[in-house]
Write a protein that binds this ligand. Structure first.
Ligand SMILES: [Zn+2]
Length: 421
């Protein structure tokens, strides 16, 4: 396949640039990036004229089955939302509902430019089945916790082991994480078990970390230590994916900057649940890898990573007055290469480079009324962050396979999926 005439977004050192280039995909991989590549006989040519060709977006913290909670329970704080609203309903979910809800989210992701997602949920075999059918790239898990007792906890651990042991070793689109829910829902016993599983299977740990003010005291009550010391006690030396990191103090940031970890920033979810704003400008200045997530639709509203990019770029100005803060270029990296790094997939995805997997999206920037917010297009990167939304994505390619072309989803029946949910 040849993608011609596009403006290709590439990383040069710390910089982000857009250049007029063509690129060839053979099998799963990008094999050539150059100007004016001649099409071979019978080669499938995608014309990317008036479009940006960029790395597929990587959503590094989501609960994709939560599409069914979209638009519900407005105005709750995190604890009320979880304890009184979400968990009682989740207790009653069925495998079928989770599968159907996952399918809706897969449509949402493919059609808004996300090519890889790191999920955090249960009924994970159903989620895996849906993802396998779709051709998306993902990191999945079975969430662990024991705040409701040991029996339920042991069942979860068994389900995780079974999920991992039944993986298809030939399918490298799907990777795995070990996922204790959080330090306020997991005792030391579950955290210790999580550590053992991470060591045994050589997997990263994906955990909610200092999302809201309420958990700070609860963690001290359960563990007799602050969250950062609990993290060090159980997960020192393991790569950790820390979702949120809103309530980090200076000591936390200092310690995290020396650990093998990254923070997933979920700005929309954090604001919807009244958790305040993570100071990612500070974290990044300290050298901590920060990537981007949407969280589930119940708190994050949707899985459109362009929306998450826009909000992430803007809200740092709400906490940094007259100071240097994250730029549009930083935000693009958060949604792509930083996400690949946090998942340990930076050798395969996250940027458009020869030899990497072809996880690519094509974004319409043509001179049209649809794109009036971008006109005149003085700065493509600024417009990608602040004036683009998922509906501008025309074509989505994962692992060299076209999953959406000219906004037509391939191999999935959109109408049937939406009717089912
Ligand atoms: Zn979450």
């Amino acid at each position: 396949m040849l993608i011609k005439n596009g403006k290709v977004l590439i990383f040069e050192g710390e910089d982000v640039k857009v250049k007029d280039l063509d690129l060839r995909i053979e099998g799963e991989n990008i094999t050539k990036i150059s100007q004016n590549i001649e099409a071979k006989e019978n080669e499938n040519v995608i014309d990317a004229k008036d479009s940006v060709v960029m790395p597929g977006l990587i959503n590094t913290h989501a609960h994709i089955s939560m599409s069914i909670f979209r638009g519900t329970f407005e105005g709750c704080n995190l604890y009320t939302w979880l304890h009184e609203k979400i968990w009682p309903i989740e207790d009653k979910l069925t495998e079928e509902t989770v599968y159907n809800a996952t399918m809706v989210s897969i449509l949402e992701m493919i059609s808004t430019g996300t090519t890889c997602v790191s999920d955090h949920y249960f009924f994970s075999k159903q989620i895996r089945k849906a993802l396998e059918e779709s051709g998306m790239r993902t990191a999945i898990t079975r969430v662990l916790m024991d705040s409701d007792g040991e029996e339920a906890s042991n069942k979860r651990i068994q389900e995780f082991i079974e999920l991992y042991e039944t993986r298809d070793i030939n399918n490298d689109l799907i990777t795995y994480t070990v996922a204790p829910h959080s330090f306020y829902t997991c005792s030391g016993k579950v955290l210790q078990k999580s550590r053992e599983l991470a060591d045994e299977y050589n997997l990263p740990v994906h955990v909610h970390f200092l999302e809201s003010i309420d958990e700070i005291e609860d963690i001290k009550k359960i563990h007799g230590q602050e969250a950062i010391d609990v993290l060090r006690k159980y997960f020192d030396g393991v790569h950790t994916i820390l979702a949120h990191g809103v309530k980090l103090n200076d000591r936390d940031v200092e310690i995290l900057s020396k650990m093998d970890c990254g923070i997933v920033h979920n700005p929309i979810s954090n604001m919807r649940l009244g958790c305040k704003i993570a100071d990612i400008t500070k974290y990044m200045k300290k050298g901590i890898n920060v990537s981007l997530g949407t969280d589930g639709q119940g708190s994050g509203n949707n899985l459109d990573m362009f929306e998450a990019m826009k909000i992430a770029g803007l809200i740092q100005g709400g906490i940094h007055e007259n100071e240097e803060k994250v730029s549009a270029k930083d935000v693009i990296q958060m949604a792509t290469i930083n996400g690949a790094k946090i998942l340990g997939l930076e050798d395969k995805i996250g940027s458009i480079e020869e030899g990497k997997k072809a996880d690519i999206i094509i974004v319409d920037i043509s001179k049209s009324l649809n794109n009036i917010k971008m006109m005149p297009n003085n700065d493509i990167i600024s417009n990608l962050v602040y004036n683009t939304d998922g509906r501008n994505v025309t074509t989505t390619i994962v692992n060299g396979k076209v999953l959406m072309e000219n906004r037509n989803i391939k191999n999935m029946n959109t109408e049937e999926i939406l009717n089912r949910i």
